[in-house]
Design a protein around this ligand. Structure first.
Ligand SMILES: [Zn+2]
Ligand SMILES: [Zn+2]
Length: 80
């Protein structure tokens, strides 16, 4: 059995400054087509999502996205 801890660590803090360490974060997936996702270009487009459980303990919902989510422009979709 391999050690998974180092492989899938979370590379950042939550916006409120908590360490997103294993056990303190729920990792998920959010399909998305914003530019940082589209640049990755292969397979499913979307973000890894990280829900901070320390925030959740404080009755806050803090979700982080990787790559960073960039909202598409407000004037509608213009995909080539
Ligand atoms: Zn947090
Ligand atoms: Zn996005």
């Amino acid at each position: 059995m391999q050690t998974e801890q180092a492989r899938d660590h979370v590379p950042f803090l939550c916006p409120r400054g908590h360490d997103l360490v294993p056990g303190r974060v729920i990792v998920g997936w959010s399909p998305c087509v914003c530019p940082p996702c589209a640049e990755r270009g292969k397979g499913l487009l979307g973000h890894r999502t990280y829900l901070c459980l320390t925030c959740k303990d404080e009755h806050m919902t803090t979700m982080c996205y990787l790559p960073y989510h960039v909202p598409s422009e407000a004037d509608g979709y213009r995909w080539p």
